[in-house]
Write a protein that binds this ligand. Structure first.
Ligand code: FES
Length: 570
């Protein structure tokens, strides 16, 4: 028995001090599940799945797991699924972001601890795909990602609705008294009407597209709607491919490289994708020692047009993107800008994939590079005295009339302060002011919420104001829109300049020059810094303590410092 090759069920034996006994015992308990010796001799494909009653975006997972298993069995493998943490975006407090790294540790350690030769990662809602890729990259076992796919938009009173750009649009109308309480309650049941992830280019859809671009999922699978039969065929094919990977390993470290990460940045920009995806991609890349620089992002952004007309940047939905040609059509359009020698989980390079004949493309949804939706990339990084380590603006979903501005700061010290005062009729605010939110960054106890999309104060909203400059160290949902500056670093909670802004200070924003400056004398700022209260004590125990101690800033992907593989200093 001791000569048994170390793959399949013989991998990573439980330690009883007698390896032959360990394998004997493992086979005994595998037999208890009803598996034959023939099955026990097969390569093992783990299926890391994150189904949960608290995660509606993953409600198709039981069916998808069955389809993955079908593919694994057909290809000669033994599929064994296992649960991991699940993060349903609207169900986790204070934020799902706070638990992304915890989920990544769960995925990494369970891949490593259990006997498997390859793993299928089954996740979809915003933080789950990055957590799974981060964990798989660190474990560096052959892995292939499968997402559940987007939900379908549904017609309602003459227009199509889908989560969650439309959720925010209608909520804005409700706050402006343009629609009634009865109407907003009716619309609530019309926004998310099928299984699947949010149906616009939010974080989940952006991460699915980035994953396909990196080469960590099968070609053509990112945009298949959740309820489409193609989604089940993609699951079956994913299971088959996982067996191929078990036999001929291609490891995440061979797929996630500096070149494929740059390709993913190009696609993020061409999609007008989620700002969150930049943080997640940085964290994933950090697990294999690949740095992502915001200066490089700006260079790529200047030469990457927005090609896709999807909400919140444009008008269409993810199901339209699928019908229009999917991520493959976007990649073909970007081909001259991409590194084509990147390896993928299929064993083909990206260039080999894109060498196939181009299918039909709907140019209403996926534009050509010659006639793009917008001439430059969707995201831009800003630097300056207010953001020495950088900040992000999603210019593709912002109002260009607000890009070159100087404004008066109206400051909110925390989320509680924001909630208490934003709609106060006595709030001293005009449409030309800059709303500033402090203490909502990565290490704050609010867990870097998607609160950077500060609501327009009710009295201004009722007067017809739709957009204002908003600045914070928080994040923004990928489904949101507006002139919103996010991820200001260093954050206020660790003493960044953002925390020293006071009501009435002048701030200058220039998207053209990539600048964000606080127009206050250094001597005054030094006095404010000296007067800052001492940092609140660390939480005394548990995950709160680990999170507060180990979380890095946005430009490092908000990963835990001890989980990143050390790469070249950027
Ligand atoms: Fe899960 Fe939007 S809430 S993808």
């Amino acid at each position: 028995m001791s000569n048994t090759p170390k793959h399949g069920l013989a991998k990573g034996l439980t330690n009883y001090g007698d390896t032959d006994f360990s394998l004997y015992l493992r086979r005994t308990f595998t037999a208890a599940m009803g598996y034959s010796n023939e099955m026990m001799a097969r390569p093992v494909v783990g299926i890391a799945q994150s189904a949960s009653g608290f995660n509606p975006c993953h409600r198709t997972f039981p069916e998808l797991v069955e389809a993955v298993k079908r593919g694994v069995l057909a290809a000669g493998g033994l599929p064994l699924d296992f649960p991991t943490i699940s993060l349903g975006e609207a169900f986790v407090s204070p934020t799902s972001m706070k638990f992304r790294n915890l989920m990544s540790m769960d995925v990494e350690e369970m891949i490593r601890a259990q006997p498997m030769d390859a793993v299928v990662l089954l996740g979809g809602c915003d933080k789950t795909v990055p957590a799974q890729l981060m964990g798989a990259a660190s474990a560096d076992l052959p892995a292939v990602q499968l997402v559940p796919g987007p939900m379908l938009p549904m017609p309602f009173q003459g227009e199509r609705l889908g989560a969650c750009t439309d959720c925010r649009r209608f909520w804005g109308k409700y706050r402006a008294n343009e629609i009634s309480t009865d109407q907003i309650e009716e619309i609530q049941t019309k926004l998310a009407t099928t299984a699947g992830t949010c149906g616009v280019m939010g974080t989940a859809s952006t991460m699915a597209a980035i994953t396909e671009t990196l080469g960590m999922s099968l070609p053509g699978t990112a945009a298949i709607p959740a309820v489409h039969a193609d989604r089940l065929r993609a699951a079956e094919a994913t299971g088959r491919q996982a067996v191929a990977l078990a036999r001929q390993p291609i490891r995440p470290s061979q797929v996630i490289t500096a070149a494929s990460v740059e390709n993913a940045l190009r696609v993020l920009l061409a999609l007008g994708g989620s700002t969150n995806a930049l943080i997640h991609l940085t964290a994933i890349a950090g697990r294999v020692g690949v740095p992502v620089s915001l200066e490089r992002l700006n260079t790529l952004s200047d030469t990457t047009p927005v090609l896709v007309d999807l909400k919140p940047t444009g008008q269409h939905y993810m199901s339209d993107l699928y019908a229009a040609g999917g991520v493959g059509a976007v990649l073909r359009e970007l081909k001259p800008l991409l590194h084509l020698d990147c390896m993928t989980v299929t064993g083909q390079t990206l260039g080999e994939r894109l060498a196939a004949n181009a299918p039909w493309v709907d140019r209403a949804v996926i534009r050509s590079r010659e006639q793009p939706y917008q001439p430059q990339g969707g995201l831009a990084a800003l630097f300056g005295s207010l953001a020495p380590k950088g900040a992000i603006i999603k210019r593709s979903a912002a109002d260009p009339r607000l890009f070159e501005r100087e404004g008066r700061a109206v400051v909110f010290r925390s989320l509680d302060d924001l909630a208490a005062r934003i709609d106060d009729p006595a709030l001293d605010v005009t449409a030309d002011d800059f709303l500033v939110l402090q203490n909502a960054g990565p290490t704050s106890q609010s867990g870097m919420p998607e609160a950077g999309y500060l609501p327009v104060p009710a009295k201004l909203a009722r007067a017809g104001v739709k957009d204002m400059v908003r600045i914070s160290d928080a994040r923004m949902s990928g489904t949101a829109f507006g002139t919103v500056v996010l991820h200001v670093s260093p954050e206020a909670a660790i003493g960044g300049p953002l925390g020293q802004v006071r009501d009435g200070d002048r701030i200058r924003l220039s998207v053209r020059d990539r600048r964000l400056d606080l127009l206050v004398d250094e001597s005054e700022l030094a006095a404010r810094r000296a007067a800052l209260p001492a940092r609140t004590a660390l939480p005394t125990r548990g995950y709160d303590r680990l999170y507060a101690q180990a979380t890095l800033q946005a430009e490092a992907g908000c990963d835990f410092d001890f989980l990143r593989q050390q790469g070249p200093d950027t």
